[in-house]
Design a protein around this ligand. Structure first.
Ligand SMILES: Cc1ncc(COP(=O)(O)O)c(C=O)c1O
Length: 452
């Protein structure tokens, strides 16, 4: 390794693209052995420009990460959501280490299950009862099953991504392996389009599940109207708060927008990187988990994650972290849009709620995936690991943000030159990034009731 240090990418305007030899060696070993190579699509090789982007990260501290070749980057993906406080955050790591001295998984229940459930009840508006599991898909699926059991109905209306299980993936274009009968039970509706819900909801609709926000704000009281429509039809309203929970406000979107769902699902930001998910909701519905509805898993009460969740929630609350995320997020969002405006690049913008924003490109300037890939490639050279999102953490400092905006000024100017010269594709040093699903909206919409 001696002598290599100087060649490694730093968080600065590097002369060269980083060396990714070690990443590529690991990738070569993974090919075919690990189908898709990744366990999380958003971290996989299809989301990063091959030949330029690192593929494996080995260390993180605060908002910075180091790849398998020793290159350093500011990270704006933050584990695809979980790192709400930042990598190696002392208060959480200490709680994990302390618990590790006593044990990880036990043969009886652990007191932390009670402590963390109480903390969630204090924090999350609808949390009359609480259960834990490991993944987001676990709890969205449990919520859907509970809704079906409670209502005695089978149909689901959804909007957004809710995990890999059959009831949801059936509505996407990656639905191989899911029986037609299951696919036929779930339909989508459009966000901020209450008529698309009214057109679809009927006496066999068990639940409406949605992310309370993704990047678009609710218009004309959409969430409140949705709650009313669900109530009128005896349908259970489920909020998938995987992204909004513990981030938009400590109590999530329910607190932020002042609207309560019947059931709410959380994961990601709640334990700063440890694997835990939470199902919370109305006691009368959750009580079905006593005997009628089966939802149990070996690692559901695993103590390291519960210790991490306890420490993270306390930190998020005591340090008013959502306020900080919003402030830092606003700087980067407004800064990006100012630069784009100054450069007269009306085809790109940064949007969303400040704690999590997205950069988009419209097709007027070329293939949006190619534009995104070009940005990613050039930002990597500046020591910024970027997938088109700003998932802000408590560790993103003013210095990180200022540096990133300077990098945006340079890289956006480069992109503009490339767009003007129609050379974006030519300037890509690898394959463009891929979309996750080919189609995500207006998909598998339920035919209007009159047409049935
Ligand atoms: C909104 C939303 N719901 C559910 C999930 C599924 O969570 P998991 O990947 O932990 O199963 C995700 C994952 O990204 C998500 O973003």
């Amino acid at each position: 390794m001696k002598g290599m240090e100087d060649d490694m990418n730093k968080v600065e305007f590097n002369e060269h693209y980083p060396s990714i030899t070690e990443s590529d060696k690991l990738y070569a070993r993974a090919l075919r052995l690990i189908p898709s190579c990744t366990q999380t699509l958003a971290k996989g090789p299809g989301q990063y420009v091959k030949g330029v982007a690192p593929k494996y990260l080995v260390r993180g501290k605060g908002s910075h990460v180091w790849d398998a070749d020793g290159n350093e980057f500011i990270d704006y993906t933050m584990g695809v959501g979980p790192l709400s406080l930042g990598y190696s955050y002392p208060a959480v790591d200490e709680a994990i280490k302390k618990q590790l001295e006593h044990g990880i998984t036990f043969s009886l229940m652990h007191p932390l299950e009670v402590e963390v459930a109480e903390l969630i009840r204090e924090t999350v508006p609808n949390a009359e009862a609480v259960r834990f599991s490991k993944t987001g898909a676990d709890v969205t699926t449990a919520a859907v099953r509970l809704a079906r059991a409670f209502t005695g109905r089978s149909k689901v209306l959804c909007c957004g991504y809710h995990g890999w299980h059959d009831w949801y993936i059936g509505v996407t274009d990656r639905n191989r392996g899911i029986p037609r009968q299951v696919q036929d039970l779930t339909h989508t509706f459009n966000y901020n389009d209450i008529d698309s819900v009214i057109d679809s909801i009927d006496e066999n609709t068990a639940c409406v599940i949605l992310e309370p926000i993704v990047f678009e704000a609710p218009k004309e009281n959409f969430l409140h109207k949705l709650k009313d429509v669900c109530e009128q039809h005896g349908t259970i309203l489920i909020f998938d708060e995987m992204w909004t929970g513990f981030r938009l406000a400590v109590g999530g979107a329910q607190e932020y927008f002042g609207v309560k769902a019947d059931l709410a699902c959380f994961s990601k930001a709640v334990a700063n990187g440890m694997p835990i998910s939470i199902l919370a909701g109305r006691e009368d519905i959750m009580q079905l988990l006593e005997k009628d509805v089966f939802f149990f898993t070996t690692f559901g009460g695993e103590a390291l994650s519960l210790a991490a969740a306890k420490a993270t929630i306390q930190e998020l609350r005591d340090r008013k972290v959502p306020r900080y995320l919003a402030a830092q997020g606003a700087k980067i969002k407004n800064g990006y849009n100012d630069i784009a405006r100054r450069l007269k690049m009306e085809y790109t913008r940064c949007s969303g709620f400040e704690c999590r924003t997205i950069v988009t490109f419209d097709a007027s300037a070329g293939n949006p995936l190619e534009l995104k890939s070009f940005m990613q490639q050039e930002l990597i050279k500046c020591g910024i690991l970027w997938s088109g999102f700003h998932n802000i953490s408590f560790s993103h400092t003013d210095h990180d943000i200022d540096y990133t905006l300077t990098a945006y000024s340079e890289v956006l100017a480069k992109l503009k030159r490339a767009v003007d010269a129609d050379s974006v594709k030519q300037l890509l040093r690898g394959e463009a990034v891929e979309p996750v699903f080919r189609k995500t909206s207006n998909f598998n919409m339920k035919p209007k009731k009159v047409a049935e």
